[in-house]
Design a protein around this ligand. Structure first.
Ligand code: G3P
Length: 234
């Protein structure tokens, strides 16, 4: 017989995911990256929020050794150990403390075969994978690689002030419909997300979370903006 306590535990509410991509903004590289990562860590702990940060590979170690939230790489290359000067290895980012990686971001698109190999390597070294796609059709196609999450971001809205959830709600709906079968696949949406309304709308439309960058990295007071973004969500 399932006890009441067990039933309550199994009904644990899904917590929407917030991934903050630091990109290569000056405000989010080196010492600035560490400062921003500590703010994200503080807010995540204070609000019990599901916040992940995706940082430059050169900052993974310095950040992951000082925060408790998951730190992801922004990219890995499809190569193993060997003679690959300048490449970013899945194994190396894992050893530096990353627990996941973005792949195929619209600012770093990959050939399909390269993407598939990169997902395989990421999994081999225990990294969670977030594969980006510019629309629902591509999102559905990359699902075949079995990434942990698919993030759909219309490129034309990236870096702007109008969010995907307000400008193109149909993209969010369509992505959820095409990508989430049997609620196994996690769909994130991103581009132009700046505030609590944008986040709530994305979740109401069926997304499991958001991927954002400039709204936090370029904010004058990132802590205040981040708290405002996630309030009442967690
Ligand atoms: O990776 C997130 C990104 O592409 C969206 O950027 O600045 O529109 O939040 P932004």
């Amino acid at each position: 017989m399932v006890t009441k306590k067990k039933a309550i535990i199994s009904k644990k509410r899904f917590k929407p995911i917030t991934i903050i991509n630091f990109k290569t903004y000056e405000e989010a590289i080196g010492d600035n990256a560490l400062k921003l990562a500590k703010i994200c860590d503080e807010v995540a702990n204070e609000y019990n929020a599901n916040i992940i940060i995706a940082v430059s590979s050169t900052d993974i170690y310095r950040i992951s050794s000082q925060v408790s939230i998951p730190v992801y790489a922004q990219h890995i290359d499809n190569v193993e150990f060997g003679s690959h000067t300048g490449k970013v290895l899945a194994s190396a980012v894992r050893q530096a403390g990353a627990t996941g990686t973005l792949l195929n971001h619209s600012e770093n698109r990959l050939r399909v075969d390269v993407l598939e190999e990169s997902v395989i390597l990421a999994k081999k070294y225990g990294l969670k994978t977030v594969v980006c796609a510019n629309d629902a059709i591509v999102g559905e196609a990359v699902k075949s690689f079995k990434p942990d999450m698919v993030a759909v971001e219309p490129p034309e809205l990236i870096g702007g002030n109008i969010s995907v959830s307000s400008a193109k709600p149909e993209i969010v709906r369509e992505s959820v419909k095409k990508i989430c079968d049997h609620s196994k696949n996690i769909v994130l949406v991103g581009a132009g997300i700046k505030n609590n309304n944008d986040f709530k709308k994305s979740v109401e439309l069926g997304a499991s979370g958001i991927l954002l960058a400039s709204g936090i990295t370029k904010a004058k007071d990132p802590k205040r903006v981040l708290i405002n973004l996630i309030k009442d969500i967690y």
